[in-house]
Design a protein. Structure first.
Length: 175
């Protein structure tokens, strides 16, 4: 038992030192768990692209998309918010939950039906909660004229949408 504890301690100290390096990227979900025990957290509503890239499994495009949404005024209150913004499921992000810090928590439970922002028809968009017909038409028209949307932040920028509206729609739209 003592030998096992010494081995664990040897693993913890090097990671603690590496966590102090701003460009160190956690290598596995096991390291995420250990980092959480060492006190490492990531404030999702203040994280930079570099901060997001410290987590395993996140691409630079995903990190940039999250930062653009946050900069546009969208706040993330829970794991489900992040999953919706990334177009993934909360289950896929759960291994990161131990180090994610949210300012507020709001219940958004269950699986919500989503449509592809770049493939949805006008009628599909009109059927989404919070999507007025005029906005659905603008989404389709802008997509036809200027090409597919990169992500929800791109949709917000191109159509000049309020952060609150994007925050509502992100549960129903995926890139």
């Amino acid at each position: 038992m003592l030998k096992r504890w010494q081995g664990l301690r040897a693993q913890l100290h090097p990671l603690a030192a590496r966590l102090g390096q701003p460009n160190y990227r956690l290598q596995s979900y096991q390291e995420v768990e250990v980092a959480a025990k060492l006190g490492f957290t990531l404030d999702v509503n203040r994280a930079t692209v570099d901060d997001w890239l410290r987590l395993p499994g996140l691409s630079i495009r995903q990190a940039q998309g999250l930062v653009r949404l946050r900069q546009a005024g969208v706040q993330f209150h829970c794991l489900e918010d992040l999953a919706a913004a990334l177009g993934t499921t909360p289950t896929q992000l759960r291994p990161l939950a131990a180090v994610l810090s949210f300012c507020y928590y709001e219940e958004h439970c269950g699986t919500l039906p989503t449509v592809s922002l770049n493939q949805a028809t006008l009628s599909q968009l009109c059927g989404l909660p919070g999507m007025p017909p005029a906005l659905a038409q603008a989404v389709v028209q802008e997509r036809s004229q200027r090409g597919p949307y990169q992500d929800l932040a791109d949709l917000q920028r191109r159509l000049g949408l309020a952060p609150e509206l994007v925050q509502t729609l992100m549960y129903y739209l995926r890139p």
